[in-house]
Design a protein around this ligand. Structure first.
Ligand code: GDP
Length: 269
């Protein structure tokens, strides 16, 4: 088992619930099946994050598919502080039986949650916003590794202040490109030109108008990915000496446009 997974396993043992942050643009690619084996059956709240960057109809399908076996899923934009409240209410809903069990004994307990997910999915942003709901840091507790901090969100919920980084399981090349497109694996793992061509192909699969509109191009049916990147480079004025299209610059721009949401709402999975 990797060090990152072992750490998640150790922390999950202290928690009642796991908040699994997925990038809504490629939610299935963000899933690592190894997580199940280290969380000891704890319920999962799937935070379908960056919902502002994807298609609502796709999100509804994803949420329905993940809301099984006692787990629950909801779309959020973790940059919005109000959306942190959605996560809080889902945690309480999923742990209702546990809260009720203590309530009948007249005992008030605080649930404990940890946030996990692949790099760049928005874990830290979500934790910051959860912490923003209440500024109290709970501090070290017995049984908790020294230095670990729990942030008290409200009377019934504490969240571990550091997220669990889950490295994605890259099952095939296509998954690697999707994860690269959303910035969840290092840029040097894939070739940027190839990534740009793949991004275009993935987007064309849902709606060719996305690329045509963004780059203001009209293309012939037969044009291939490399030619299209060259066309975009010329349209943008990304030229090298002699007027040759700067493919590297255009490729980087296409990937950056996708990551920053400038291509509009996209779904890659
Ligand atoms: P982490 O690596 O999982 O902790 O991810 P971060 O919290 O550092 O977020 C990565 C980037 O995604 C940052 O630039 C955030 O501002 C951005 N981000 C996080 N959540 C959202 C969201 O819901 N919508 C949008 N548009 N951007 C987000």
């Amino acid at each position: 088992m990797t060090k990152a997974l072992r750490l998640i396993e150790a922390n999950a043992g202290l928690c009642d619930v796991i908040v699994y942050v997925l990038d809504s643009r490629a939610p299935y690619s963000c899933l690592n099946p190894s997580l199940d084996s280290v969380i000891g059956g704890k319920p999962i709240v799937y935070a379908l994050n960056k919902a502002d960057l994807t298609l609502p109809s796709k999100l509804r399908d994803v949420a329905a598919r993940l809301t099984v076996r006692g787990n629950i899923a909801a779309a959020i934009d973790s940059t919005k502080s109000n959306d942190a409240k959605i996560v809080v209410s889902l945690i309480k809903r999923i742990c209702k039986a546990r809260l009720d069990k203590f309530a009948v004994k007249g005992v008030k307990i605080a649930l404990r949650a940890m946030v996990v997910g692949v790099p760049n999915s928005g874990k830290s942003t979500l934790i910051n916003n959860l912490a923003g709901l209440s500024k109290t840091v709970v501090g070290n507790r017995p049984g908790v590794t020294r230095g670990k901090q729990w942030v008290r969100v409200d009377d019934y919920l504490e969240v571990l202040d550091t997220p669990g980084t889950l490295y994605p399981k890259i099952e095939d090349q296509e998954t690697a490109y999707k994860l690269a497109a959303i910035g969840s694996i290092k840029d040097d793992v894939v070739d940027t030109n190839e990534l740009a061509v793949r991004v275009i192909k993935m987007l064309d699969g849902t709606d060719p108008a996305i690329i045509n509109t963004r780059y203001n191009i009209a293309r012939d049916d037969g044009i291939n990915g490399d030619e299209l990147v060259a066309m975009i480079a010329k349209k943008r004025g990304y030229l090298m000496q002699g007027g040759v299209a700067d493919i590297d610059r255009a490729s980087a721009a296409i990937v950056d446009d996708l990551r920053k949401g400038r291509l509009g709402k996209v779904f890659l999975d």
